[in-house]
Design a protein around this ligand. Sequence first.
Ligand SMILES: *Cc1c(COP(=O)(O)O)cnc(C)c1O
Length: 408
Amino acid sequence: MVSYVSHLECAESGKKYEKGKIHTVSDLGKPILVKYDLERLSSEISRDSIENSKNPGMWRYSPLLPVEQEENRVSLGETITPLVNFPRLASCLGSNGETAFVKDESRLPTGSFKARGLSLAVSMAKELGIRHLAIPTNGNAGSALAAYASRAGIKTTVLCPDNTPEINVRETQIQGADTFLVNGLIDECGEIIANGKELLDWFAVSTLKEPYRIEGKKTMGLELAEQMGWNLPDVIFYPTGGGTGIIGMWKGFLEMKELGWIDCKLPRMVAVQSTGCAPIVKAWNEGKNFADYWENAETISSGIRVPSALGDFLILDSIKSSNGFAISVTDEETIEMQKELGEKDGLLLCPEGAATLAAYKNSLKSGLVSLNDRVVLFNTATGLKYPLPEVEASIKKEDVDYAVFKSK
Ligand SMILES: *Cc1c(COP(=O)(O)O)cnc(C)c1O
């Protein structure tokens, strides 16, 4: 037994739910969160024992995760993702390059941070004896679920909007999931899954409709603290879709604070969205606690093309509690920053990650953050999964004009 879970709780009403049972959403239809006996945990597990863990990835935080039996951990060799600086681009922004870093989540299995949440969700599904999982996805969640579920021997059905990046759909299929394209948006895929539950008895792993993906995403925050010497940056820019990452990290920060593992000021949480789909930014600007459905969502940053988030109030709460903000950037700004960072510092971000860089640049300009702020931008997936600009220049081997190389 390695877990310190005490019970689960409705994120809105606080109503308690028993551990060791299968849960979806609360009676109110809101997310259910995992609660730990932090008092017992702090008396039995020290920060040092975490640091001394032989596990080189998210499972080093097992005491703060819900999986009870070690044999139920479904792992594909998760790593600690690096914090990479970008001095050349930073200097163009007027910075000395020592305050801003990219946390590069592309190094995880299946090339995205979705691995964290789905490793956890699949591990819990295994522990709870679930035999068939289903997910609506814009791409990365589907491939991560496929990979982890196949590894656990659990059947998986994946529904993707038919404009999901092709590579995501194909990688999902080849990792063993029954994969379908749907002529609709992600929430419509979710509806199809909800409506099929009675007939197929599958379990939906939709964002925040089960309690465990968020616990996996939480490890981004735990890992960040440990790799900064149990410290945290001043500001976190996070590409926000369903919000599991921002909610999970914030939950992790509060837990670590209560455990006494950190005593620094908590970071300002910045939710970054695209102007083509910015429900959280709109709600934030209007001072609302919940977000309206975003009609005609459209952006190249498919991971944050989420018109409505079940955890909207939790996202908005973490922004507010942390004195952060929400900000949207255009796809043009995103593409521009992706290109610039590749050219200047050799880092290929996914569009969602590049959106955080564009947001950082704009926030510096408008004074929302300063050059002295220590900033972490989340690159949530590998840029290799997305369409990239075509190479137009070519030469003929029979007749090489060396002048073309000079002009490049
Ligand atoms: C899913 C996804 C996001 C959004 O994640 P949430 O934590 O659910 O808000 C951002 N970027 C990429 C690449 C994604 O796949």
